[in-house]
Unconditional design. Sequence first.
Length: 173
Amino acid sequence: MNDSKERYGGITRFLHWGMGLLIVWQFMKFFDRINDGEHWVGENLASWHISIGSVILVLIVLRIIWAAKQKNNRPEQEPATAFLVKAGHGLLYLGMVLLPITGLMIMIGKGYGWDPFGVELVAGGGPEIGWMATLGSVHSLIAWSLLVLVVGHAGIALLHHFVKKDGVLRRML
């Protein structure tokens, strides 16, 4: 279950791939931009956006705690690229934290409330909180930025696997 110097453990892999699937699902929200969401993706997958985002918020907190506990057990990085690897992963984590937080800020700031999976955690119909809605307005920009980071992350993993053939991707499989 724990990470090792050779590969990532079961919990790390579960969090990585589970969150990866949820984040890809969240990216389906981009289809709302097409025909005002009046299509299969917009009507079926994107409607879960707030609930899945809430799950991602919980999972990213757990993932950060787990990563901190596993810090000394992680596979070694190549010294020449260690800074870039850490910076790239840091930006991914930052995006995964800020995206649901800014989404919540929009929902609460505009008085919509917060009810993931139909469970009311913050009542809707409350007063608008201008500063919160304003800060939350960067949600879309962060989403696009995270999309670029995720595509880059996947691309680099595939480069390591198919071109460099150095086993980096196998450590997470």
